[in-house]
Design a protein around this ligand. Structure first.
Ligand code: ZN
Length: 76
């Protein structure tokens, strides 16, 4: 399941609303700074991830390793 706030922000980008991309990036940066997951809002520590790729992805999308699986599955 995708977090409502993210779907709103992503939807704004799809609709090319002004500052939509900056809003999403700002939201992600805030959650990363607090070590939260942008999707499930759980505290997460990229240092504990099995794959370095997943840890790198956290700093891009703010998704924890569990949510990355969900998101990238829904992408297909
Ligand atoms: Zn998560």
């Amino acid at each position: 399941m995708i977090n409502k706030q993210i779907s709103v922000l992503v939807n704004d980008i799809d609709q090319e609303k002004p500052n939509a991309l900056a809003n999403l990036h700002g939201y992600i940066q805030k959650t990363i700074a607090k070590s939260f997951c942008t999707n499930c809002n759980k505290i997460t520590d990229p240092k504990t991830y099995k794959n370095q790729i997943d840890a790198d992805e956290y700093y891009i999308s703010g998704l924890c390793d569990e949510c990355q699986v969900i998101f990238f599955k829904e992408d297909e």
